[in-house]
Ligand binder design. Structure first.
Ligand code: XIL
Length: 297
C-alpha cells in the first residue's frame, strides 16, 4: 500500500495523527493529513480547559471543527481527553471534594453527550498514575476526591455515549514497569467488577531506545480483555528513530487486540517537541521513519 492509513487498514487497523484546529486551514498540511491518516485526535481542542472554560458553559467550536473535518473526510475520531490533572480550566484547578467530583462528572457527561456517535474511542482518563517505582496514583485534585474517581468517570462516560470505546491513557508505560503494572492491576480489577473499560492507550512519547518488553506489555493488557492502542507516538530524532518507529509498529501488528497507532502530529515543525520526532519533515517530505513504518505495516 502507498499510505499509512491504507496499509494499516489491510490488517483492520488505523493510522492516526493528532491535529491542532488551526492547521486545518493550511492546505499543504491537510493534503498530507487527508492522504496518509484515517484517525484524528484533537491535539488540545477537546481537553477540559478548551471545552468548559467557565463552569457548565461549554465551548465546542474548535473541537467540532476537528471532528467535522475528520468525519467529512471519511476518518474516525479519538476523543482526548475527558479527565486529566493538566489543562484544567482555572475554575476547576481550585476546586476540591464533592463539588469537584460533581463538576468532573458533569464535564464527562456533557462532553461525551455532545460528541455521542462521532467518537470511536475516548481517552476517558489521562495520566492518573505516578511515575517511578510506587505503582500508585498520581496526586492531583481529582485523586484527592477519592480513589474511585476513575471508575466514576468511566461509568459517566458509558452512560453518556454507550457506543464509544472507553480508554485509560498514560505515558512511561512502554514496557513492564511499576507504573504500567499499577495500571494493569487497575484494569484487571475494573474488568473483574464490571467497571466499563474497553481499551488502554499507550502514549509512547519515546527517546532513543525502546524497551525490549514493549510488545509483551501490550499483550498482557490485551490478555485482560481490552483493546490496546498506541495513542501519541513520537520518537526522538537520531540514528535510531526509524528503527524504533518500525519496532513499535511491528509490536502493534503482533498483538491482535492492538487496533491502531496514532502519531502525535504530522510534520516536525508542528510537534509539541523540539527534537523532530514525527514522520514528515518541516517541508512535508517523508522521512526515513515514515518509510520504516510503511514497510512494517
Ligand atoms: C500536549 C500538546 O501536544 C501541546 O500542544 C500542549 O501544549 C500540551 O499537551 N500527553 C498528552 C497530550 O496526553 O495531551 C499532550 O499534548 C502531550 C502529553
Amino acid at each position: 500500500e502507498s499510505t499509512l492509513g491504507a496499509a494499516a487498514a489491510q490488517t483492520g487497523r488505523y493510522f492516526g495523527a493528532a491535529v491542532p484546529a488551526g492547521r486545518l486551514s493550511e492546505s499543504a498540511y491537510t493534503t498530507i493529513l487527508n492522504r496518509e491518516f484515517n484517525m484524528i485526535t484533537a491535539e488540545n481542542e477537546m481537553k477540559m480547559d478548551a471545552t468548559e472554560p467557565s463552569q457548565n458553559q461549554f465551548n465546542f467550536t474548535s473541537g467540532d471543527r476537528i471532528a467535522n473535518w475528520a468525519i467529512s473526510n471519511g476518518k474516525r475520531v479519538r476523543g482526548h481527553t475527558l479527565a486529566w490533572h493538566a489543562q484544567q480550566p482555572g475554575w476547576m484547578q481550585n476546586m476540591s471534594g464533592s463539588a469537584l467530583r460533581s463538576a468532573l462528572l458533569n464535564h464527562v457527561t456533557k462532553v461525551a453527550e455532545h460528541y455521542r456517535g462521532k467518537v470511536y474511542a475516548w481517552d476517558v482518563v489521562n495520566e492518573a498514575f505516578a511515575d517511578g517505582g510506587s505503582g500508585g496514583r498520581r496526586d492531583s485534585n481529582l485523586q484527592r476526591t477519592g480513589n474511585d474517581w476513575i471508575e466514576a468517570a468511566f461509568r459517566a462516560a458509558r452512560a453518556a455515549d454507550p457506543g464509544a470505546k472507553l480508554c485509560y491513557n498514560d505515558y512511561n508505560t512502554d514496557g513492564i514497569n511499576a507504573k504500567s503494572t499499577g495500571i494493569y492491576n487497575m484494569v484487571r480489577d475494573f474488568k473483574a467488577r464490571g467497571v466499563p473499560i474497553d481499551c488502554v492507550g499507550f502514549q509512547s512519547h519515546l527517546g532513543t531506545t525502546l524497551s525490549g518488553d514493549y510488545q509483551a506489555n501490550l499483550q498482557r493488557f490485551a490478555d485482560l480483555g481490552v483493546d490496546v492502542q498506541i495513542t501519541e507516538l513520537d520518537v526522538e530524532q537520531g540514528s535510531n528513530q526509524a528503527n524504533i518507529y518500525a519496532a513499535v509498529t511491528r509490536a502493534c501488528l503482533a498483538v491482535s487486540r492492538c487496533t491502531g497507532i496514532t502519531a502525535w502530529g504530522v510534520r516536525d515543525d508542528t510537534s509539541w517537541r523540539d527534537d523532530n520526532p514525527l514522520l514528515f519533515d518541516r517541508s512535508g517530505n517523508k522521512k526515513a521513519a515514515y518509510y520504516s513504518v510503511l514497510d512494517a505495516l
